[in-house]
Design a protein around this ligand. Structure first.
Ligand SMILES: C[S@@+](CC[C@H](N)C(=O)[O-])C[C@H]1O[C@@H](n2cnc3c(N)ncnc32)[C@H](O)[C@@H]1O
Length: 159
């Protein structure tokens, strides 16, 4: 599969998983956390999907399109494993993470801190949508939306 096809499929999976998450958090209060603002396309989509929720975005540096820059107070810059710890207990309804490194070693390191961090950010019953697996007993895997193959995106509910 070409890298373009792979990218398109991942983005389609991301959109489908966020749509599923919207139903899953219906009625559950709490902000949304976007780990990895990047260009801000996903952040823009989250704002359209969740117009009434606070959305806090994290990245090591601001590189987002001007239409996707969070308001002051909702953009946190720095290494996520350091900055997001200050938000533990915030009771997020949804945490979305698109920060897979694309290397075996990088993803191994990510797996060492990301699952526990996301658990600590989520409210009980909150949803995690991630481009990389989150293996932790407190994060229960959910069935992916139809059309999203296992392993392309990951969806969990915090116990
Ligand atoms: C794949 S991009 C996210 C793309 C985003 N979903 C969008 O719509 O543009 C991943 C982003 O996460 C950031 N990132 C990855 N790991 C990080 C870390 N440990 N701390 C801070 N930022 C990180 C990168 O700087 C990059 O901007």
């Amino acid at each position: 599969m070409s890298r373009l096809d792979s990218f398109i499929r991942r983005m389609m999976a991301q959109r489908d998983v966020i749509a599923a998450a919207a139903s899953l958090i219906d009625g559950l209060p709490g902000p949304i956390l976007e780990l990895g603002l990047g260009n801000g396309r996903t952040y823009h989509h989250l704002r359209e999907t969740f117009p009434d929720r606070r959305i806090i975005a994290f990245d090591r540096a601001l590189a987002a399109h001007s239409a996707s820059i969070p308001p002051p107070g909702d953009l946190v810059l720095g290494e996520i494993d350091e900055t997001a710890r200050a938000f533990a207990g915030i009771g997020a309804a949804l945490v979305h993470a698109d920060i897979a490194t694309g290397t075996v070693e990088g993803d191994r390191r990510l797996a060492g801190w990301l699952p526990a961090l996301i658990r600590d950010l989520l409210a009980p019953g909150g949803i995690a949508a991630s481009g990389s697996p989150l293996e932790l007993p407190d994060l229960r895997p959910l069935t992916l939306p139809a059309g999203v193959p296992e392993g392309r995106y990951f969806l969990y509910r915090r116990a």
